[in-house]
Ligand binder design. Sequence first.
Ligand SMILES: [Cu+2]
Length: 119
Amino acid sequence: MLRTVVTVATGLCLASTLAGAQEQAPNRREFTIVAKDHTFTPNTLAVSQDDLVKITLTSEDRPSSFAIDAYRIVKRAAGGFSTTFEFRADKAGTFIFYCNLTADEGCKEMKGTLVVKAK
Ligand SMILES: [Cu+2]
């Protein structure tokens, strides 16, 4: 006769571990940024320190990118496409985000601000 007691006990243990992890889940913030005519919309993002930030960058016309030096982020979306990425906003402060592409002069004008409020 087979016994399944061990399996059941393991399952219960796993469930309580998952519940514990969820209690400490970080704040999630989602933004969709549209890049069009060398402008980011919106161009100001405000989050709190340690938030998990999910950004979808949509390049409506030409290719564009989203770069933040302090966070070592550079994500590119081809014209007509989107890219989605996540990062933890673990550094408080005000950071410039910009398009780092060089093919087009207008890219130098593409800037926005990420504000990460200290905990
Ligand atoms: Cu650009």
